[in-house]
Design a protein around this ligand. Structure first.
Ligand SMILES: Nc1ncnc2c1ncn2[C@@H]1O[C@H](COP(=O)(O)OP(=O)(O)OP(=O)(O)O)[C@@H](O)[C@H]1O
Ligand SMILES: [Mg+2]
Length: 250
């Protein structure tokens, strides 16, 4: 069960989006890992990044979050201020990165690092834990939570930061079907509150349920960028058709 939600004010319609990616190239050891990607992320949409292992999904998310600098090309956000930009984004890793602290402490540190005033932290923590159904876990050591609970905590922490843009790398990869559905419900809820979501997944059912837009990567290239309805009804390229059919392309 998802915790009952107290009414909260969602993020202000922000200056971060749309985010335009132009000619993005990332290279390492003489290999082109991302090869000239160009696309636009519009506000309030959920974009799912699809593609086989090694296609560049995680790398793209890391570039979007500023963890990897592109070798060529650029990211153009509506707001050019780097600090405001950083404050407007949050990232959920495939393996949650949690502090050696209590659940409450983990959230409090993240909020303090973002400059959220002490008096506001408590309310945000309570609300974020309720969102993911972790009420009553405040005093538990974060690292003693189960894998699924840790993923929920990572999501709560991201939401507590009130991001305009939430990036998630395979957020349900290690979750059972019920926990997966709960995370999907949380993500749908966040989107309804105005958060723009970009996530990678290998779960095509999940992509169908959540995505408005699909970015399909193949060998570091963006071979298809389309509304999800069009992509799943019949992608244009042979790579995406083969991928959806679970086959190797000719
Ligand atoms: N820092 C790096 N140095 C060298 N190669 C890298 C680096 N980071 C990623 N790569 C390579 O770039 C390619 C894309 O990696 P990435 O992790 O983005 O794939 P992915 O699409 O997320 O795959 P998966 O579905 O397996 O998670 C891979 O071939 C990977 O080995
Ligand atoms: Mg990956």
């Amino acid at each position: 069960m998802i915790g009952r939600l107290a009414p909260v004010v969602g993020p202000e319609p922000g200056p971060l989006l749309p985010l335009r990616v132009e000619g993005l190239v990332v290279e390492a050891a003489g290999r082109r890992l991302l090869d000239g990607l160009s696309f636009t992320l519009e506000a309030h949409r959920c974009t799912v990044v699809l593609g086989p292992n090694g296609a560049g999904k995680s790398l793209l998310l890391r570039v979007l979050h500023g963890l990897v600098a592109p070798d060529r090309g650029r990211l153009r956000r509506a707001d050019p201020d780097p600090l405001r930009r950083r404050l407007a984004q949050a990232f959920v890793f495939q393996k949650p990165v949690l502090l050696r602290r209590s659940v409450r402490g983990d959230l409090a540190v993240a909020l303090a690092a973002r400059g959220v005033p002490r008096r506001e932290r408590r309310a945000r923590i309570t609300e974020a834990l309720a969102l993911v159904g972790l009420e009553g876990f405040e005093r538990r050591a974060a690292r003693t939570l189960s894998g699924g609970e840790q993923q929920h905590l990572a999501l709560a922490r991201a939401w507590a930061l009130r991001p305009q843009l939430l990036l998630l790398d395979e957020p349900t990869a290690s979750l059972d079907p019920a926990a997966t559905r709960r995370v999907e419900a949380i993500l749908a809820d966040l989107r309804a509150r105005g958060v723009t979501i970009v996530m990678s997944t290998h779960d095509l059912g999940q992509a169908r349920r959540l995505a408005q837009d699909v970015l399909f990567l193949w060998g570091g290239r963006l071979v298809e960028a389309a509304p999800a309805s069009r992509f799943f009804a019949g992608p244009e390229g042979r790579e995406a058709r083969a991928f959806l059919a679970g086959e190797l392309p000719d």
